[in-house]
Design a protein around this ligand. Structure first.
Ligand code: GSH
Length: 388
């Protein structure tokens, strides 16, 4: 194919995921900002909401959502290795890591972007206004920034970033950086010598916010050099693994999950599982009371409404409240579908690994209806047996 257009923005989390994928897979593309007239006039009406990234193919198809973008390109632009490891355990773990990267790491990303105005603001104003108000005067630039920053500061609260929890969010992120650094001291990517969908999930928050915004960028460089190097690597069109000598460009042999990754997975279980379980339970209650939800109905009633409520759950010994996003079920279902297609013995191995890392619930957790993607929107899927 070729000649792809990526509607994206330097500061955007999920744009960073799609962009890293395109670069690592050496797929030619041009990037257009969401301030481009084409985005407003053509893309937004077609997608039904203001959201990035959106990929346009050379035959004019528009695809939103990083998972759909990567899946389309895996088919259209095959490379020697897929981003989905062939080993059953690694493949399942790739999905867990993608889910954690895109959803779990939102918390430190939003905190370190929006709670350090003194250091971050000059950069953020240029970063947002530069693409949202291209060529605009000072007033237009300021207005564009204020609009975006107002929405995003609200979104930060929606993922649990509140003053009482900030200290713990920082401690949790420091723990994450230590665990990920320890892993990267032995391997250039999460699953060995190649980037998997897990790495692409991680790069969204770790690039756009945590490595790029001024305050967290210094933090990462000072405390987690291997992670900073991994961020560089994830944006390079080559392996970029010189500090590992001649590290083979393949996933860990024999479907191995090394101890350093198991430690990171245990952290993910503590950090993300109580929230996911609470969100799934909330969705199930919602579905039990909303009798006008039918298969194919748009989640939240309209494409721009992504959250269906707020839920409170225990988090690292405290209480946290977050907005409930049925989209997360799409990622969870992918994990469960990838496991379901394996044979009995492989499923047993996956379950044993998940149990050891405290992640077993992820294999079963589901509300009474699935969530599907149709025409670039989330819609309610078929009725199923809930497991909570
Ligand atoms: N699940 C989507 C998430 C995309 C997303 O949330 N994009 C943000 C920018 S990083 C956005 O456009 N938000 C605007 C909004 O939600 O209204 C994906 O993976 O592409």
């Amino acid at each position: 194919m070729g000649a792809y257009i990526l509607y994206a923005m330097p500061a955007s989390l999920y744009s960073g995921k799609a962009r890293s994928y395109l670069r690592k897979r050496r797929i030619d593309y041009i990037e257009r900002a969401n301030g481009h007239p084409e985005y407003r006039q053509q893309v937004v009406p077609a997608i039904g909401r203001m959201i990035i990234p959106v990929l346009e193919t050379s035959d004019g198809r528009l695809i939103q959502d990083t998972v759909s973008i990567m899946d389309l390109l895996e088919q259209a632009e095959p490379r020697e290795h897929s981003i989905y490891p062939p080993g059953p355990r690694q493949c399942a773990i790739g999905h867990v890591l993608e889910l954690f990267g895109g959803e779990g790491l939102l918390r430190p990303a939003m905190h370190y972007r929006w709670n350090f105005d003194e250091t971050n603001l000059p950069f953020l104003i240029d970063d947002f206004a530069g693409v949202l108000a291209v060529g605009g005067d000072e007033q237009a630039r300021r207005a564009a920034f204020e609009m975006a920053s107002g929405l995003m500061r609200k979104a930060a609260v929606g993922v649990g970033v509140t003053p009482e929890l900030i200290g713990e969010i920082e401690r949790s992120y420091a723990e994450f950086l230590e665990l990920f650094s320890a892993h990267l001291r032995h391997a250039p990517y999460l699953l060995g010598g190649l980037p998997s969908n897990g790495d692409f999930g991680f790069i969204g928050p770790l690039w756009a916010h945590l490595a790029r915004d001024p305050y967290p960028s210094i933090l990462m460089k000072r405390t987690a050099w291997p992670v900073y190097r991994w961020v560089e690597r994830m944006n390079a069109p080559v392996a970029d693994t010189s500090e590992y000598l001649d590290y083979p460009q393949r996933f860990f042999p024999d479907d191995e999950i090394p101890d350093t990754l198991r430690a990171l997975l245990r952290y993910i279980a503590d950090e993300q599982l109580p929230e996911l379980a609470a969100q799934v339970a909330f969705i199930d209650d919602y579905l039990a009371t909303e009798d006008d939800v039918v298969e194919g109905a748009i989640v939240g009633g309209k494409p721009s409404r992504r959250a269906i409520g707020t839920v409170t759950f225990p988090w690292r010994g405290r209480e946290m409240s977050t907005r409930v996003l049925p989209y997360r079920l799409v990622l969870l279902q992918r994990l469960q579908a990838a496991v379901a297609e394996r044979g009995h013995e492989q499923r047993r191995q996956i379950r044993a690994l998940f149990a050891e890392c405290g992640l077993e619930l992820l294999l079963d957790l589901r509300p009474r209806r699935s969530v599907c993607r149709q025409d670039n929107r989330e819609v309610w899927g078929a009725v199923q047996e809930p497991f909570l």
